[in-house]
Design a protein around this ligand. Sequence first.
Ligand code: NAD
Length: 249
Amino acid sequence: MTRLHNKTAVITGGTSGIGFETAKQFVTEGARVIITGQDEGRLQTAAQELGSQVIPVLADVRSLSQLDNLAARVKSEFGGLDILFANAGIGFFAPLEVIDETLYDNQFDINVKGIFFTVQKLSGLLNPGASVILNASSVNEKGMAMGSVYCATKAAVRSFARNLAAELGDRLIRVNAISPGLIPTNFQTKMGLSPEALENFGNYIKQTVPLGRFGKPEEIAAAVVFLASDESCYMTAADLVVDGGYMNI
Ligand code: NAD
Protein backbone atom coordinates (compact mmCIF):
# COMPACT_ATOMS: atom_id res chain seq x y z
CA MET A 1 0.00 0.00 0.00
CA THR A 2 2.59 2.60 -1.00
CA ARG A 3 1.29 3.86 -4.30
CA LEU A 4 1.86 7.45 -3.13
CA HIS A 5 5.16 6.84 -1.33
CA ASN A 6 6.92 10.16 -0.58
CA LYS A 7 4.39 12.16 -2.61
CA THR A 8 3.19 15.49 -1.30
CA ALA A 9 -0.51 16.29 -1.43
CA VAL A 10 -3.01 19.04 -0.71
CA ILE A 11 -6.67 18.24 -0.13
CA THR A 12 -9.00 21.23 0.15
CA GLY A 13 -12.00 20.59 2.39
CA GLY A 14 -10.22 17.71 4.09
CA THR A 15 -12.01 17.80 7.43
CA SER A 16 -15.05 15.69 6.53
CA GLY A 17 -16.73 13.45 3.99
CA ILE A 18 -14.90 12.59 0.79
CA GLY A 19 -11.92 14.85 1.55
CA PHE A 20 -11.35 13.29 4.97
CA GLU A 21 -11.61 9.69 3.65
CA THR A 22 -9.22 10.60 0.85
CA ALA A 23 -6.73 12.02 3.36
CA LYS A 24 -6.89 8.69 5.25
CA GLN A 25 -6.17 6.69 2.11
CA PHE A 26 -3.40 9.08 0.96
CA VAL A 27 -1.69 8.57 4.33
CA THR A 28 -2.06 4.78 4.08
CA GLU A 29 -0.49 4.96 0.62
CA GLY A 30 2.55 6.84 1.96
CA ALA A 31 1.82 10.49 1.10
CA ARG A 32 2.46 13.57 3.21
CA VAL A 33 -0.73 15.59 3.21
CA ILE A 34 -1.92 19.13 3.89
CA ILE A 35 -5.65 19.34 4.55
CA THR A 36 -7.49 22.63 4.46
CA GLY A 37 -10.78 23.93 5.80
CA GLN A 38 -12.34 27.14 7.07
CA ASP A 39 -12.86 26.08 10.68
CA GLU A 40 -9.80 25.88 12.95
CA GLY A 41 -11.46 23.53 15.47
CA ARG A 42 -12.60 21.01 12.86
CA LEU A 43 -9.20 21.17 11.17
CA GLN A 44 -7.35 20.35 14.39
CA THR A 45 -9.72 17.47 15.23
CA ALA A 46 -9.41 15.97 11.74
CA ALA A 47 -5.62 16.32 11.68
CA GLN A 48 -5.30 14.65 15.09
CA GLU A 49 -7.39 11.72 13.88
CA LEU A 50 -5.37 11.41 10.67
CA GLY A 51 -1.97 11.39 12.38
CA SER A 52 1.44 12.96 12.06
CA GLN A 53 1.69 12.77 8.26
CA VAL A 54 -1.09 15.36 8.02
CA ILE A 55 -0.75 19.12 8.42
CA PRO A 56 -3.86 21.27 8.87
CA VAL A 57 -3.91 24.68 7.17
CA LEU A 58 -6.73 27.19 7.55
CA ALA A 59 -7.81 28.39 4.10
CA ASP A 60 -11.22 29.44 2.86
CA VAL A 61 -11.21 28.82 -0.90
CA ARG A 62 -13.17 32.06 -1.39
CA SER A 63 -10.25 34.10 -0.06
CA LEU A 64 -7.37 34.70 -2.47
CA SER A 65 -5.12 35.91 0.35
CA GLN A 66 -5.75 32.70 2.33
CA LEU A 67 -4.94 30.70 -0.81
CA ASP A 68 -1.69 32.70 -1.08
CA ASN A 69 -0.94 31.70 2.54
CA LEU A 70 -1.70 28.08 1.65
CA ALA A 71 0.77 28.24 -1.26
CA ALA A 72 3.43 29.73 1.03
CA ARG A 73 2.85 26.95 3.56
CA VAL A 74 3.04 24.23 0.88
CA LYS A 75 6.35 25.73 -0.24
CA SER A 76 7.79 25.84 3.27
CA GLU A 77 6.57 22.36 4.29
CA PHE A 78 7.04 20.41 1.05
CA GLY A 79 9.03 22.52 -1.44
CA GLY A 80 6.82 21.26 -4.27
CA LEU A 81 3.52 19.50 -4.79
CA ASP A 82 2.73 16.14 -6.47
CA ILE A 83 -1.03 15.89 -5.85
CA LEU A 84 -3.74 18.53 -5.56
CA PHE A 85 -7.25 17.34 -4.77
CA ALA A 86 -9.46 20.44 -5.15
CA ASN A 87 -12.38 18.99 -3.27
CA ALA A 88 -13.95 21.78 -1.19
CA GLY A 89 -17.50 22.42 -2.30
CA ILE A 90 -21.05 22.96 -1.16
CA GLY A 91 -24.41 21.88 -2.51
CA PHE A 92 -27.81 23.45 -2.34
CA PHE A 93 -30.79 22.01 -4.15
CA ALA A 94 -33.82 24.31 -4.34
CA PRO A 95 -36.56 25.38 -6.74
CA LEU A 96 -35.86 28.23 -9.13
CA GLU A 97 -37.86 30.81 -7.16
CA VAL A 98 -36.11 30.02 -3.84
CA ILE A 99 -32.55 30.66 -4.99
CA ASP A 100 -31.64 34.24 -4.17
CA GLU A 101 -28.50 36.10 -5.19
CA THR A 102 -26.64 35.22 -1.98
CA LEU A 103 -27.21 31.48 -2.39
CA TYR A 104 -26.32 31.70 -6.06
CA ASP A 105 -23.11 33.68 -5.48
CA ASN A 106 -21.95 31.47 -2.61
CA GLN A 107 -22.27 28.30 -4.71
CA PHE A 108 -20.30 29.81 -7.56
CA ASP A 109 -17.75 31.44 -5.21
CA ILE A 110 -16.89 28.14 -3.52
CA ASN A 111 -17.48 25.54 -6.23
CA VAL A 112 -16.20 27.43 -9.27
CA LYS A 113 -14.10 30.45 -8.30
CA GLY A 114 -12.67 28.52 -5.33
CA ILE A 115 -11.53 25.62 -7.51
CA PHE A 116 -10.07 27.88 -10.19
CA PHE A 117 -8.01 30.01 -7.79
CA THR A 118 -6.91 26.99 -5.73
CA VAL A 119 -5.34 25.56 -8.89
CA GLN A 120 -3.99 28.93 -10.01
CA LYS A 121 -2.33 29.74 -6.67
CA LEU A 122 -0.74 26.28 -6.30
CA SER A 123 0.13 25.71 -9.96
CA GLY A 124 3.62 27.21 -9.65
CA LEU A 125 4.48 24.58 -7.02
CA LEU A 126 3.31 21.56 -9.01
CA ASN A 127 6.14 19.17 -9.87
CA PRO A 128 6.45 17.60 -13.34
CA GLY A 129 4.23 14.49 -13.29
CA ALA A 130 1.86 16.04 -10.73
CA SER A 131 -1.78 15.06 -10.66
CA VAL A 132 -4.57 17.57 -10.13
CA ILE A 133 -8.01 16.16 -9.35
CA LEU A 134 -11.09 18.39 -9.33
CA ASN A 135 -14.18 17.23 -7.48
CA ALA A 136 -17.12 17.66 -9.87
CA SER A 137 -20.26 15.53 -9.60
CA SER A 138 -22.04 12.94 -11.67
CA VAL A 139 -24.80 15.51 -12.20
CA ASN A 140 -22.39 17.65 -14.23
CA GLU A 141 -23.93 16.34 -17.46
CA LYS A 142 -27.35 15.39 -16.17
CA GLY A 143 -30.47 17.43 -15.58
CA MET A 144 -32.02 17.35 -12.13
CA ALA A 145 -35.07 19.15 -10.71
CA MET A 146 -33.97 21.81 -8.22
CA GLY A 147 -30.33 21.35 -9.19
CA SER A 148 -29.94 24.20 -11.68
CA VAL A 149 -27.25 26.19 -9.85
CA TYR A 150 -25.37 23.29 -8.24
CA CYS A 151 -25.26 21.30 -11.50
CA ALA A 152 -24.07 24.39 -13.40
CA THR A 153 -21.18 24.84 -10.94
CA LYS A 154 -20.16 21.21 -11.43
CA ALA A 155 -20.39 21.49 -15.23
CA ALA A 156 -17.92 24.37 -14.88
CA VAL A 157 -15.60 22.18 -12.80
CA ARG A 158 -15.73 19.47 -15.45
CA SER A 159 -14.86 22.11 -18.05
CA PHE A 160 -11.89 23.33 -15.96
CA ALA A 161 -10.49 19.80 -16.02
CA ARG A 162 -10.51 19.79 -19.83
CA ASN A 163 -9.05 23.28 -20.22
CA LEU A 164 -6.46 23.12 -17.45
CA ALA A 165 -5.30 19.73 -18.74
CA ALA A 166 -4.69 21.37 -22.12
CA GLU A 167 -2.83 24.26 -20.50
CA LEU A 168 -0.66 22.30 -18.05
CA GLY A 169 0.08 19.27 -20.23
CA ASP A 170 3.37 20.70 -21.50
CA ARG A 171 4.60 20.71 -17.88
CA LEU A 172 3.57 17.01 -17.70
CA ILE A 173 0.87 17.89 -15.20
CA ARG A 174 -2.34 15.86 -15.45
CA VAL A 175 -5.74 17.35 -14.60
CA ASN A 176 -8.79 15.12 -14.24
CA ALA A 177 -12.24 15.49 -12.75
CA ILE A 178 -13.83 12.97 -10.45
CA SER A 179 -17.60 12.75 -10.48
CA PRO A 180 -19.14 11.08 -7.44
CA GLY A 181 -22.76 10.01 -7.43
CA LEU A 182 -24.88 10.48 -4.33
CA ILE A 183 -22.72 9.84 -1.28
CA PRO A 184 -24.39 10.41 2.09
CA THR A 185 -22.00 12.79 3.89
CA ASN A 186 -22.30 15.98 5.83
CA PHE A 187 -23.13 17.53 2.50
CA GLN A 188 -26.70 16.14 2.58
CA THR A 189 -27.30 17.69 6.01
CA LYS A 190 -26.04 21.02 4.74
CA MET A 191 -28.30 20.70 1.71
CA GLY A 192 -31.17 20.63 4.17
CA LEU A 193 -32.25 17.03 3.51
CA SER A 194 -34.09 15.61 6.53
CA PRO A 195 -33.62 11.90 7.35
CA GLU A 196 -37.07 11.36 5.77
CA ALA A 197 -36.12 13.19 2.60
CA LEU A 198 -32.89 11.22 2.51
CA GLU A 199 -34.89 7.98 2.80
CA ASN A 200 -37.14 9.09 -0.07
CA PHE A 201 -34.01 9.91 -2.00
CA GLY A 202 -32.79 6.41 -1.13
CA ASN A 203 -35.86 4.91 -2.78
CA TYR A 204 -35.29 7.08 -5.84
CA ILE A 205 -31.67 5.90 -5.94
CA LYS A 206 -32.75 2.25 -5.78
CA GLN A 207 -34.84 2.82 -8.88
CA THR A 208 -32.43 4.99 -10.86
CA VAL A 209 -28.94 3.75 -9.99
CA PRO A 210 -28.05 0.44 -11.67
CA LEU A 211 -26.13 -0.69 -8.57
CA GLY A 212 -29.17 0.24 -6.45
CA ARG A 213 -27.53 2.06 -3.56
CA PHE A 214 -25.77 5.21 -2.40
CA GLY A 215 -22.00 5.31 -2.68
CA LYS A 216 -19.57 5.56 0.22
CA PRO A 217 -16.92 8.27 0.75
CA GLU A 218 -14.20 5.59 0.83
CA GLU A 219 -15.29 4.36 -2.62
CA ILE A 220 -14.70 7.86 -4.01
CA ALA A 221 -11.42 8.15 -2.11
CA ALA A 222 -10.19 4.90 -3.73
CA ALA A 223 -10.82 6.39 -7.17
CA VAL A 224 -9.02 9.60 -6.17
CA VAL A 225 -6.00 7.52 -5.08
CA PHE A 226 -6.00 5.92 -8.54
CA LEU A 227 -6.07 9.34 -10.25
CA ALA A 228 -3.36 10.63 -7.89
CA SER A 229 -1.06 7.65 -8.49
CA ASP A 230 1.11 6.78 -11.46
CA GLU A 231 -1.35 3.97 -12.29
CA SER A 232 -3.36 6.62 -14.15
CA CYS A 233 -0.30 8.22 -15.80
CA TYR A 234 -1.84 8.33 -19.29
CA MET A 235 -5.12 9.88 -18.12
CA THR A 236 -5.72 13.60 -18.33
CA ALA A 237 -8.73 15.82 -19.13
CA ALA A 238 -10.95 12.88 -18.19
CA ASP A 239 -13.94 12.63 -15.90
CA LEU A 240 -13.88 9.54 -13.70
CA VAL A 241 -17.52 8.90 -12.88
CA VAL A 242 -18.03 6.88 -9.69
CA ASP A 243 -21.78 6.82 -9.25
CA GLY A 244 -23.10 3.27 -9.49
CA GLY A 245 -24.04 3.99 -13.11
CA TYR A 246 -26.45 6.88 -12.43
CA MET A 247 -25.17 9.42 -14.97
CA ASN A 248 -24.63 7.17 -17.91
CA ILE A 249 -27.99 5.42 -18.25
P1 NAD B 1 -18.64 17.67 3.12
O1 NAD B 1 -19.53 18.79 3.50
O2 NAD B 1 -18.37 16.60 4.11
O3 NAD B 1 -17.25 18.22 2.60
C1 NAD B 1 -17.11 19.50 2.05
C2 NAD B 1 -15.79 20.04 2.53
O4 NAD B 1 -15.58 21.31 1.89
C3 NAD B 1 -15.81 20.28 4.04
O5 NAD B 1 -14.59 19.80 4.59
C4 NAD B 1 -15.91 21.79 4.16
O6 NAD B 1 -15.28 22.30 5.31
C5 NAD B 1 -15.19 22.23 2.90
N1 NAD B 1 -15.56 23.58 2.50
C6 NAD B 1 -16.80 24.07 2.25
N2 NAD B 1 -16.72 25.37 1.95
C7 NAD B 1 -15.40 25.71 2.02
C8 NAD B 1 -14.68 26.92 1.82
N3 NAD B 1 -15.30 28.05 1.52
N4 NAD B 1 -13.34 26.87 1.96
C9 NAD B 1 -12.70 25.74 2.28
N5 NAD B 1 -13.32 24.57 2.50
C10 NAD B 1 -14.66 24.56 2.36
O7 NAD B 1 -19.29 17.04 1.81
P2 NAD B 1 -18.70 16.03 0.70
O8 NAD B 1 -19.87 15.29 0.18
O9 NAD B 1 -17.53 15.28 1.18
O10 NAD B 1 -18.28 17.05 -0.45
C11 NAD B 1 -16.97 17.13 -0.98
C12 NAD B 1 -17.04 17.45 -2.45
O11 NAD B 1 -17.70 16.36 -3.11
C13 NAD B 1 -17.81 18.72 -2.82
O12 NAD B 1 -17.13 19.44 -3.81
C14 NAD B 1 -19.11 18.17 -3.39
O13 NAD B 1 -19.70 19.03 -4.34
C15 NAD B 1 -18.61 16.90 -4.04
N6 NAD B 1 -19.67 15.93 -4.29
C16 NAD B 1 -20.37 15.38 -3.26
C17 NAD B 1 -21.37 14.45 -3.54
C18 NAD B 1 -22.18 13.82 -2.44
O14 NAD B 1 -23.22 13.22 -2.76
N7 NAD B 1 -21.79 13.89 -1.20
C19 NAD B 1 -21.64 14.10 -4.86
C20 NAD B 1 -20.90 14.68 -5.87
C21 NAD B 1 -19.92 15.59 -5.59
